[in-house]
Design a protein around this ligand. Structure first.
Ligand code: G6P
Ligand code: MG
Length: 220
């Protein structure tokens, strides 16, 4: 293999929107008469909006019609977008911009692979729309991670073989998606949680493309 492209998840890798998802989902749960914990929110990382709603309703023991589900999901998204609209470029996670710059200089393709239907809006808010050669998001996919669809579409958009791609992910389901797609996976977060990742970093400030690529190719 050669390392020719990097595919990045958005939420939890480029920017931390989990807290905004949490606040919006908790409001939904509270309005439906039950509570929702941060621990439960962890389990929604990388999970699409409608699948997240299904899980939350299950946890709260609430049954809704399909139409009601659509209405609550739309309400949650409005509350979430109120936070997103306040986002600034300062919210990009430490080291991310420098890391992407070094990839560019090394001639590595860069794509986004996110389950979020709001990905473009978020990238616009943090001034990073131009940082990616391709953007694949929840508006392009029909299958959620751990299905590899989002990353395979990313590799295709960059005209690269999956075997030459590296995925950066904070979700267990995302690491599995990368591997199912035949790609390397770098976990961003805790090594205790991201046990299946090929390499785990806690932040982009602690690594460099040179160091990571050596590790991934087994030279270190
Ligand atoms: C990401 C987040 C999930 C979120 C999903 C859909 O994968 O980690 O928590 O549910 O995107 O986001 P959306 O912005 O489309 O509701
Ligand atoms: Mg994520």
């Amino acid at each position: 293999m050669a390392l020719k492209a990097c595919l990045f998840d958005l939420d939890g890798v480029i920017v931390d929107t989990a807290i905004y998802h949490f606040k919006a989902w908790r409001r939904l749960a509270n309005e439906l008469g039950f509570d929702f914990t941060e621990h439960q929110n962890e389990q929604l990382k990388g999970v699409s909006r409608m699948e997240s709603l299904e899980l939350i309703l299950q946890w709260g023991g609430v049954t809704l019609s399909d139409e009601e589900k659509q209405q609550w999901a739309a309400r949650k998204n409005e509350w979430y977008l109120a936070y997103v609209n306040q986002m600034t470029p300062q919210e990009v996670l430490p080291g991310v911009r420098d890391f992407l710059d070094s990839l560019r200089k090394a001639g590595i393709g860069i794509a986004l692979g996110s389950a979020s239907k709001n990905a473009r809006l978020i990238l616009e808010r943090i001034d990073m729309l131009d940082a990616f050669d391709a953007i694949i998001d929840g508006t392009h996919t029909t299958k959620s991670k751990p299905d590899p669809e989002v990353f395979l579409l990313g590799a295709q958009a960059l005209h690269q073989n999956p075997a030459d791609c590296v995925v950066f992910e904070d979700a267990v389901a995302g690491i599995e998606a990368a591997h199912r797609g035949g790609m390397k996976a770098v976990g961003v977060g805790s090594p205790e949680v991201l046990t299946e990742a090929d390499v785990v970093i806690t932040a982009f400030t602690e690594t460099s493309w040179t160091k990571l690529s050596d590790e991934l190719l087994g030279w270190q």
